[in-house]
Ligand binder design. Structure first.
Ligand code: ATP
Length: 647
């Protein structure tokens, strides 16, 4: 392998060679190019007896060869050639050239001079071929050499960035996998991976297979060839693979699916071959391919013929290597993706990826563990309640939680805090969910009032409906793209009933209903609510089979086969019913929200005014107006139990 320092050395060597050749070329041209003179000067030099011979070339050009002498001569002859330096001129060296108008006249004059000055100058009429191979090489070969050197230099640079790790064009087909072995001190272990118990168990077993294969093979079992980690972004798939590398104590090749991809045909397949060859040499070992969907996409789906040939060749090679005739003894392939739906079925079958390990977003307890891992590095105040933080972050991935921890430290530092407190975490969570607070955004008073009513509407309905998500706070401070927002703590359920879905739709439509009640008009401010409501209603009717008219039918396609099929899987008539039913659900819930708000119009005014005054209202403020929530409330119980304030 050529390291960066060596590559720099090569760079300077090439530059030096380039300059030397350039120098030689210019020097040479100043030596050998004949000076143009006129006939008068020629006859002047001739009369002094200094010319050895002349050659009459085609097109009436005469080349003049001087006798071996010190050529200081020219300085005294004519100003035209007075720039000549005092070079030592070799005998027969071509020195001057000039044109003759009429050959006959010139020849006569030349003969006359020869006689007059008794000269031995030779005149040659042979149309001499000056361009011998040697001369050609000297005049043009240098250009070729420079060109070739430049070409090599260019390719070295291209292949340093795009080619193999050796930095040479010949290495372009070599795998770009990074090898971690006993010399690399990988510190990540399974202890750093919080939660993910099932997934951890599976990969721990893979490590065990490699460390102690006999335990499994003596009973006739075969070591799995590969395991595929599937899960949404940030759930810890790469982290798990790093932990495997840290724990396995066997060579570990790590690369990304896109590392196989190159603009040259055949490179992908060649890199796959090279990767497996290297892995076999180092066996037992692990290959980890992150984002395998870059090459593992199902074959033959593209509508443009031939457009995916290179990727398909790469995939075919991978399939062959993983389960071809040649067995890869003790080479286990780990791969990760968040798009398992688009992967080629041949890749997923047992014998290639024998195990599919699902890495789900963390649940409450797992989030707690992930917080524990990331909080270890932070300076915390005593009141930080991890349980409370875990409950505040439903739907967060491991990466989101790591981000919350980091953001809270930054927020605390910005406030010059000694340690990080609960409120810093809550601010960090808000920032991650809603974006940056924009306190200085200019909003007109009438718009501000409309926003206050809109948010108050959301808050009231979610307070008064049994299945709506528990309200945490409501604010009219713009944040990210929103002008105001109501913050909820959604219940973490595994199953959802139509009643729960309808309550959620109703509370989402409450913002627009409140606007209509207060101003007798509606605005564009409900875009995000309407988008969510429409999706929810669509899923009730067409996906979950929760609509009476459509019945127990789902048009959902989990295989993703319909990705390029634009035709709907239902008739026009059904499409019409679906549209009508979606619209019916939304209209019903809108009317419901409006009715509830109308019945509580005074309270709506109070809450909106309170919001305009304070900008942020918490559960306590709502309690003052509405009294306790009439239903069991998860967040209420948590707050009581933990004695924590979110304000
Ligand atoms: P992607 O699919 O986008 O590549 P990923 O699933 O590979 O995402 P990782 O890169 O493994 O996600 O996770 C990103 C970061 O999130 C990790 O470096 C780690 O800090 C944190 N993280 C994720 N899951 C966990 C976990 N279970 N325990 C501790 N930290 C975690």
């Amino acid at each position: 392998m050529i390291n960066k320092k060596n590559r720099n050395n090569f760079f300077w060597i090439y530059i030096a060679i380039f300059i030397i050749f350039l120098g030689i070329f210019f020097l040479k041209s100043s030596f050998s190019n004949p000076k143009k003179i006129n006939q008068d000067i020629f006859f002047n030099i001739l009369s002094k007896g200094k010319i050895e011979k002349i050659i009459v070339k085609h097109k009436e050009i005469v080349h003049v060869y001087l006798k071996k002498n010190k050529n200081k001569y020219s300085n005294s002859i004519d100003n035209n050639i007075s720039n000549e330096k005092g070079f030592i001129i070799q005998q027969n060296q071509l020195q001057y050239e000039f044109e003759i108008g009429d050959l006959q006249l010139f020849q006569n004059k030349f003969e006359k001079y020869k006689k007059l000055y008794n000269l031995d100058t030779i005149i040659d009429f042979k149309n001499q071929q000056d361009y011998t191979i040697t001369k050609f090489f000297f005049d043009y070969g240098i250009f070729f050499i420079l060109l070739i050197l430049f070409w090599i230099f260019l390719f070295r640079r291209i292949s340093t960035t795009g080619g193999g790790p050796g930095g040479q064009i010949f290495n372009i087909g070599k795998s770009k996998a990074r090898l971690f072995d006993e010399n690399d001190d990988i510190k990540t272990t399974f202890k750093d991976v919080a939660g993910l118990e099932g997934a951890k168990e599976e990969v721990e077993e893979i490590v065990e297979f490699l460390k102690n294969p006999n335990k499994y093979t003596k009973l006739g079992g075969k070591i799995p060839k590969g395991a595929l980690l599937i899960g949404p972004p940030g759930t810890g798939k790469t982290l798990l693979a790093k932990a495997v590398a840290g724990e396995a104590k066997v060579p570990f090749f790590s690369l990304s699916g896109s590392d196989f991809v190159e603009m040259f045909v055949g490179v992908g397949a060649s890199r796959v071959r090279d990767l497996f060859d290297k892995a076999k040499e180092k066996s037992p070992c692990i290959i980890f391919i992150d984002e395998i969907d870059a090459i593992g996409r199902a074959r033959g789906k593209s509508s443009i013929a031939g457009s995916n040939d290179e990727r398909e060749n790469t995939l075919n090679q991978l399939l062959t290597e993983m389960d071809g005739f040649g067995t890869n003894t003790n080479v286990i392939v780990l791969a990760a993706t968040n798009r398992s739906d688009i992967l080629d079925k041949a890749l997923l079958r047992p014998g290639r990826f024998d195990r599919t390990i699902i890495v789900d977003p963390p649940e409450l307890n797992e989030r707690k563990e992930i917080f524990n891992v990331h909080l270890k590095k932070l300076v915390l105040s005593k009141n930080v309640d991890i349980d409370f933080l875990a409950r505040q972050t439903p739907g967060f991935s491991g990466a989101d939680i790591a981000n919350v921890c980091n953001e809270s430290a930054l927020i605390a530092a910005r406030k010059n805090g000694e340690s990080i407190v609960n409120k810093d975490f809550l601010e960090a969570i808000d920032r991650i969910i809603g974006g940056l607070e924009k306190k200085n955004k200019i909003i007109k008073p009438n718009e501000r009032k409309r926003i206050a009513y809109h948010e108050a509407g959301h808050a009231i309905i979610s307070w008064l409906l049994e299945h709506a998500a528990s309200l945490v706070k409501v604010t009219i401070i713009p944040r990210g793209k929103s002008l105001g927002s109501a913050w909820y703590l959604p219940e973490e359920r595994q199953l959802t009933t139509p009643e729960q879905m309808k309550d959620e739709i109703c509370s989402l439509l409450a913002g627009r209903s409140a606007e209509e009640i207060a101003f007798n008009s509606i605005s564009t401010g409900a875009l995000n609510d309407l988008e969510r409501v429409t999706k929810q209603a669509q899923s009730m009717v067409a996906i979950f089979g929760l609509n009476e008219k459509i019945g127990n039918i789902s048009y959902y396609d989990s295989t993703g086969q319909n990705e390029f099929n634009f035709s709907k899987p239902y008739s026009e008539k059904t499409a019409q019913i679906i549209d009508e039913e979606i619209s019916k659900i939304i209209t019903e819930q809108y009317k419901r929200a409006k009715k509830i708000l109308k019945n509580n119009e005074k309270k709506l005014d109070m809450l909106a005014n309170e919001l305009l005054k304070k900008e942020v209202l918490f559960r306590e403020d709502l309690k003052k107006i509405f009294g306790n929530r009439p239903f069991p409330d998860e967040i209420e119980e948590l707050l009581k139990e933990k004695n924590v304030s979110v304000s």
